[in-house]
Design a protein around this ligand. Structure first.
Ligand SMILES: Nc1ncnc2c1ncn2[C@@H]1O[C@H](COP(=O)(O)OP(=O)(O)OP(=O)(O)O)[C@@H](O)[C@H]1O
Ligand SMILES: [Mg+2]
Length: 213
């Protein structure tokens, strides 16, 4: 099972990837993370904090050919470099992903960057066109995860409404602005499954997006 974490630009994706990895691990799944971003933030975070699972690097257009997934029960999660700057990496990942997640803040700036980009290909378009490169000829399911959500209910509701109107699937679970996450690399992760990331694992199980551990 390969989950592709995507965003047009910096939108909290590396943090979400690391935290999701820990939440799945704590829920009893074998986990492997993939760093497909040239910045190698996820790998640096692992080097400093020592994740209890492997983080492998492959920020190339050969991801699909070179990646070796965990077995049936395993969860592989890939932190994909910005689709704005590295569409070739995202295209390769999407050939083999079982689920695509767009990570964004509940802000108009992130919504426009994601849904109405001026100079780059829309992430949704990349996901849809990946169907041509997949044995099933079907694109992976696409979901949106709202992160860094401030306790300003109005903007969250507005963005959810816009996303729903535009026919995106949006997780009910949101990742709040968390004080303990000060920077993307380095902080030690403890008890990820007890917070919103654990709730996200449960929602993904309930939706049938992942099998139970
Ligand atoms: N839930 C959160 N609460 C507070 N801060 C967060 C949260 N998630 C991420 N951040 C912070 O937001 C910034 C961007 O997050 P992150 O590096 O994960 O995004 P990214 O999409 O991987 O960006 P890039 O790879 O372009 O640097 C970081 O400083 C990170 O610590
Ligand atoms: Mg990153």
């Amino acid at each position: 099972m390969l989950i592709a974490n995507l965003s047009p630009r910096s939108m909290g994706k590396t943090t979400d990837t690391g935290m999701m990895g820990h939440a799945f691990h704590e829920a009893g799944y074998p986990v492997q993370l993939w760093d497909a971003d040239e910045s190698e933030h996820l790998s640096q975070w692992h080097e400093i904090a020592g994740f209890p699972f492997e983080v492998k690097k492959n920020a190339t257009a050969r991801f699909a050919e070179e990646y070796t997934p965990l077995g049936e029960r395993g969860i592989d999660i890939v932190d994909v470099g910005h689709t704005e700057n590295h569409p070739h990496i995202a295209d390769s990942v999407l050939k083999v992903a079982d689920l695509a997640i767009i990570h964004m803040e509940a802000s108009m700036a992130d919504y426009q960057r994601m849904h109405q980009p001026r100079t780059s290909t829309k992430v949704e378009t990349m996901v849809r066109r990946s169907a041509l490169d997949r044995p099933s000829r079907q694109a992976p399911p696409l979901w949106v995860l709202l992160n860094r959500v401030r306790s300003n209910v109005r903007s969250e509701r507005e963005i959810r409404d816009l996303l729903t109107e535009a026919q995106y699937n949006v997780f009910t679970v949101k990742i709040p602005m968390l004080d303990e996450i000060k920077q993307a690399t380095g902080f030690p992760v403890e008890k990820a499954a007890r917070g919103p990331f654990g709730e996200l694992v449960t929602e993904m199980q309930n939706l049938g997006l992942v099998k139970n551990a």
